[in-house]
Design a protein around this ligand. Structure first.
Ligand SMILES: [Cu+2]
Length: 459
């Protein structure tokens, strides 16, 4: 997973086309760092500045900084079009920062002063809003309200001090509907000044986002309000989402921010968790209660914590449609209809035709229905016992006794202790299962009232 070669370091100042007047108060532009790979960069302790325990951004990475005079951490974000693999078999043409969508995670410490350079390489203007951070009003990034927009080719500088620790986000506040539907967002983690405060062994972070990409297409439909078909964590869908790899007994934190247009009840199997962080900060221990699902509303951030128990524990959004990949939402219910030959013939005429199976949807997990190019099956993933029949917002918390501290490599399937797996009953079956008699359908049951003009309406 750790592949520093994925880092394409170095973009010349010339390539960034800095205007003579831009950023005149800041001394020089820090080098921009890019990463296009969806492979998770394992957490790296800071080389300069106050110590902190870094987060693991699922399928993501953290942005390096340059330490400037006066202990100011300087970051360089580049807003630009990117190509993101959503899962093996499908890439999307999105907008993001520094080569990826979401952009890199920004990590700093409570009390730090940060200076963030934002270069706009998009075809239209943008800004960056620091969601949840208390900053001077003029640094809040609301285009037109608190600053002029950043025109294409220009670089703006944001500078502020971090007031409190917590989980925050960044995203544009300019042509938001388009820019967020295209994938522009990132995490901003502010660590506590005391690295021992609420210390955890593993600290995972991801954003909930969503795309409307027609089967066979690669660019999101940005005008969509409700009918999204790709429900993503950090612009990835299962089976492309990294597992949350832990060691038995680890204290684990999971931070989630929601930048979709609907709520997501995030459910974890296995160990109960407590919500330890909200938008308002850390929850005092006396105010926490155990949960197995926590709903994350639009625009909210939540952190929850648990003690890791050995196993492969599913973690997913509990809205069933959010654990499916792209589908035409007009798909008819075909249970009981054998139409496999028909589906193949139709898909030759209509390349994005997707059919439902004749016994349910699980046909799609078990066998391959015809699919348009650059399109993922609705349900995918293989486990040690067969197809997982999942997509979208789904991953696995993989907890192992022998996982070394700091090792995030996928340990493979869980080895269940003998006698702890559900098994098939092989004893005798009754020949005639006893059932209640089915109620007879009479004329009354079947009578259908059809509207007949307006004569039935009495006022
Ligand atoms: Cu959901």
């Amino acid at each position: 997973m750790n592949d520093r070669r994925n880092f394409l370091r170095g973009v010349s100042a010339g390539a960034l086309a800095l205007g003579a007047t831009a950023a005149s108060r800041a001394a020089s532009l820090p080098e921009a760092v890019y990463q296009a790979s969806p492979q998770m960069q394992p957490p790296r302790p800071p080389e300069t500045g106050r110590p902190f325990r870094p987060v693991a951004t699922l399928n993501g990475w953290s942005l390096p900084w340059r330490m400037a005079t006066g202990n100011v951490k300087e970051f360089h974000l580049v807003a630009e079009p990117v190509v993101r693999e959503l899962a093996p078999g499908m890439t999307a043409r999105l907008w993001g920062y520094n080569g990826s969508s979401p952009g890199p995670t920004i990590e700093a410490v409570e009390g730090d002063r940060v200076r963030i350079f934002v270069t706009n390489k998009l075809p239209e203007h943008t800004t960056v809003h620091w969601h949840g951070l208390l900053v001077p009003n003029g640094m809040d990034g609301v285009g037109g309200l608190t600053q002029p927009h950043i025109a294409p080719g220009k670089t703006f500088v944001y500078e502020f001090q971090l007031q409190r620790a917590g989980t925050f986000m960044y995203h544009p506040h300019a042509d938001e509907m388009v820019q967020m539907a295209m994938g522009m967002m990132g995490l901003f983690i502010v660590h506590p000044r005391d690295p021992g405060f609420m210390r955890v062994d593993r600290d995972f972070a991801f954003l909930l986002n969503a795309y409307a990409i027609e089967p066979g297409a690669a660019v999101p439909r940005t005008a969509e309000m409700t009918d999204f078909n790709l429900w993503t964590w950090n612009s990835r869908v299962f089976p492309g989402i990294d597992p949350l790899v832990c060691r038995t007994g680890d204290r684990v934190r999971v931070r989630v921010g929601n930048l979709t247009m609907t709520n997501h009840p995030i459910h974890m199997h296995g160990p109960h968790f407590t919500v330890t962080g909200t938008d308002g900060g850390w929850v005092p221990p006396t105010a926490r209660w155990p949960e197995v699902t926590t709903d994350i509303a639009v625009g909210q951030m939540r952190a929850f914590e648990f003690e890791a128990i050995a196993g492969d524990w599913a973690i997913h959004c509990h809205k069933a449609h959010h654990t499916m990949n792209a589908m035409g939402h007009q798909v008819p219910n075909m249970i009981g209809v054998d139409h496999s030959e028909l589906a193949e013939r139709i898909s030759r005429l209509i390349p994005d035709y997707m059919a439902m199976g004749d016994k349910g949807m699980s046909d799609m997990g078990a066998m391959r229905m015809p699919l348009p190019e650059n399109t993922l099956p609705m349900m995918d993933g293989k486990g040690p016992f067969g197809p997982l029949e999942m997509g979208g917002m789904f991953s696995v918390v993989k907890v192992r006794d022998g996982q070394k501290p700091g090792d995030y490599a996928d340990p493979g399937p869980f080895k269940h202790p003998a006698g702890t797996v559900a098994y098939e009953y092989e004893g005798p079956m009754p020949s005639e299962p006893a059932r209640a008699a089915e109620p007879a359908m009479d004329e009354h049951t079947m009578h259908v009232h059809k509207p007949q003009g307006h004569e039935g309406h009495e006022h």
